[in-house]
Design a protein around this ligand. Structure first.
Ligand SMILES: [Fe+2]
Length: 448
């Protein structure tokens, strides 16, 4: 690829970079780490020790050998390394570094999950995708600055724009910097993590598996893309929605696997994340196949929350009837679509949405404690933009769903400038009508 002198290319070096922690399927005992070096680095070593205020970490460290593979990217050859730090104690802080015994990273800290149900929180990001260095940096850094104690980061797909462009992955890591090395991540692939092979068949980004070490406990053929993790009382499930939509056998395999996971779930909470939304937040989009196949399972088995991306707008709500009174209930999942990067579409303002945003970069904090789940969305400038609570009822039954969207914060529903410029008069009129109908419904007047 011709190099643009105005762009950063992030070449690999003997010193590790792109260091990222991932949750494993046993997050109380094992944490995975991946990193990158120049191709000449043959050894993949991790040193891990109980974290201690004394600087004597090396003497007390255990050395673990990892594995590596060379990846030839559009820009360079690089060695991608991964290792699993195993036999860890639950709810314990560790220090680790990665390297080859000549070159080492700094020592970073992380904390393992508790073995059983316990309060936890995580940060959820919709599509990062474009201008990662320029404009996604403020999203991930703002989120971390607000909630440095979050237990993990959840990326809902389209982390990058072109599945084979190394500099985009370089920008993604530049934006997150050492945050990736201290807070474990989970990620689900979006359509932009898929390219096409020479025969035109969808193909996962060659960077995905070398870059991450995500669980491989999903259906056959979905290593590191469809998987589940039981985290302190919550079953967290990644579905590979691009594969689901490309191919009916990929959909069938995931549906059968998902049903098994949901039917035999000892965890009180269930959270599903995937790239494509079950209910769209962008005007004119509809993933009918996801909706018809997944929503009945989500409702039947009491999935609490579904976190998604893809539509480059913000929407939060439920398609189901919400009970009346001070403790309204909902007998199925709350759906969220969000966007953390700068690419913006026009909001659909559909009937399922209780809160919307257009042309706004956001991140979200989800906190689970006992029978309550608290959700807050922040704009990247740190303003509390949306919130709700879910409460599990003693003895089961539908969740209590309390809308806590801040009344003092007006909804940001102006069209992105590109749409403002390019809309025809007819489209503008249609948007205005939709906007009015949405406003009327939210004021309690009802659209019908
Ligand atoms: Fe997408």
């Amino acid at each position: 690829m011709a190099q643009d002198p105005g762009r950063d290319y992030f070449p690999p070096a003997p010193v590790p970079d792109r260091i990222i922690l991932n949750l494993t399927e046993r997050p109380a005992e094992r944490v995975a780490v991946s990193w990158r070096t120049s191709p000449v680095v043959a050894r993949s070593l991790v040193q891990v020790a109980l974290a201690d205020p004394s600087p004597d970490l090396e003497e007390n460290a255990r050395t673990i050998a990892g594995t590596s593979k060379t990846l030839l990217t559009d820009l360079n050859g690089a060695r991608f390394h991964s290792a699993v730090m195993d036999s860890l104690r639950p709810a314990t802080q560790y220090a680790y570094r990665v390297g080859d015994s000549t070159h080492w990273s700094e020592w970073n800290h992380f904390t393992t999950a508790a073995m059983d149900a316990a309060p936890f929180s995580f940060l959820y990001f919709g599509d990062a995708q474009n201008d990662l260095k320029s404009l996604w940096s403020r999203a991930i850094r703002g989120a971390y600055a607000r909630m440095p104690d979050a237990d993990f980061l959840l990326h809902a797909g389209d982390l990058i724009n072109r599945s084979t462009r190394d500099h985009e992955w370089g920008e993604w890591f530049y934006a997150g910097g050492w945050i990736h090395a201290v807070t474990p991540a989970i990620a689900t692939p979006g359509n932009h993590e898929y390219g096409r092979d020479t025969a035109g068949i969808p193909e996962l980004s060659p960077h995905w598996r070398p870059t991450f070490a995500l669980p491989e406990n999903g259906p056959a053929g979905f290593a590191e893309t469809a998987y589940s993790i039981d985290y302190q009382g919550a079953r967290i499930i990644s579905l590979d929605s691009p594969a689901f939509l490309y191919d009916s056998t990929a959909a069938d395999a995931q549906v059968a696997w998902l049903e098994g996971l949901l039917a035999e779930n000892p965890n009180p909470w269930t959270i599903v994340f995937m790239h494509h939304p079950v209910f769209s937040s962008k005007l004119g989009r509809d993933n009918e196949e996801l909706r018809t196949r997944l929503e009945p399972l989500f409702v039947r088995y009491g999935v609490d929350l579904v976190l998604q991306g893809h539509d480059h707008t913000y929407g939060r709500g439920t398609n189901l009837n919400v009970g009346e009174g001070t403790r309204p209930t909902v007998d199925g999942p709350i759906y969220v679509v969000s966007v953390s990067g700068p690419k913006m579409y026009d909001a659909g303002l559909a009937d399922w949405m209780d809160r919307a945003a257009s042309n706004t970069q956001l991140y979200q904090l989800v906190s689970v404690s006992g029978d309550s789940l608290e959700y807050t969305a922040y704009t990247v400038t740190g303003e509390r933009y949306d919130a709700f609570s879910l409460y599990r009822q003693p003895g089961g039954g539908p969740n209590v769903y309390v809308d806590r969207a801040p009344e003092e914060t007006p909804e940001r529903l102006d069209l992105p400038p590109r749409y403002e410029r390019n809309y025809s008069d007819e489209q503008r009129e249609e948007y205005r009508n939709r906007f009015e109908a949405y406003r009327t419904r939210k004021r309690g007047g009802g659209p019908d």
